[in-house]
Design a protein around this ligand. Sequence first.
Ligand code: NAD
Ligand code: UDP
Length: 347
Amino acid sequence: VCAYGVAMNRVIKVLKPALSGRKGIDRGRALVTGGAGFLGSHLCERLLADGYEVIALDNFHTGKRYNLASIARDASFTCISHDVVDTLPTDIVVDEIYNLACPASPPHYQADPIHTFKTSVLGAINLLELARRHNAKIFQASTSEVYGDPLVHPQPEGYFGNVNTHGPRACYDEGKRSAETLFFDYSRTYGLDIRVARIFNTYGPRMQPDDGRVVSNFIVQALRGDDITVYGSGTQTRSFCYVDDLIEGFVRLMRSPTAPKHPVNLGNPGEFTVMELAELVLDCTNSRSRIVHRPLPVDDPRQRRPDISFAEQQLGWKPKVPLSEGLAYTAGYFEALLGRRQPGTSR
Ligand code: NAD
Ligand code: UDP
């Protein structure tokens, strides 16, 4: 039973009727791997609202069953507990696949680096094979981490990156780079319709309080009155995108009539130092927490900012939610989650 009081037996429904091979209602059937995670749960909600039948597949490593509470009772929704590293159930029949399965927070993806790498690589192969079997369109959640510690700023899609192949972040960065390779090779070899998004730091409701990424860490620390832990001097930069904006980008990329010939950056170009983020969080939570400094993790990228010209011009997409606003919504969510007021994830 979760914080929202939803038992999992209500979330996992009998799979057979949903997976029997009949075509999905209205827009078809979409599979979302990593569907119980932060981004995946928002995507499932959006696809259901758009008229898809949705199957979430997750191993619940960082995903939570309560992220699916709002859609658990929807007749068009099914949730499967499965690891993408393992051979997929043979009775899944789908029209579209969104591959989001992978821990995204450095402490989580570094906890079992070999499994993280397998998740990206074997997961991509398993899902690309599924797409091949059903001639399904397939989307890959890639990452700005493919740019590593970038020497070109801001980062356009044509930049090949500056990644350490053997450091502690490599399991994630190189796994995601390999997955991009597999997606484009499957597309060239088998004519698959692929869409690859390079996602820059995204935040919002349904991040886990113990996720370890900077926005959730700072907000939770501020709400609890704990010290705000800035790693290093805090002069490193990131560009933070609110989750609703990102999900709109996913959908536009997936539905664009022609498949882009390369991965597409999706992120908010507003660039902030980590110190600036800490100050914004203190402001929006009215917190009196102190800012303290902790050692900078190995290979922590010094700067990050997406060049989103392609998405703007070809998908008509750009983020709308300013950081201060998005932080306030997210802080509201965490206040509720930590038991300080009624839950809700909408703005
Ligand atoms: P998250 O950790 O909340 O979600 C990941 C989900 O995948 C979780 O539900 C987890 O349980 C599941 N998962 C992990 N390994 C799996 C496996 N082997 N088999 C099945 N399920 C597995 O993270 P998120 O922020 O929602 O990220 C979703 C995707 O987007 C990831 O692929 C991540 O790399 C990518 N991404 C996210 C961001 C971001 O800022 N949020 C940035 C770049 C890329
Ligand atoms: N960071 C920080 N304090 C924290 C967590 C992260 O200063 O409690 C820093 C981290 O060193 C990095 C930035 O915030 O420079 C973004 O970290 P995150 O883990 O969110 O994402 P990533 O490094 O993968 O972009």
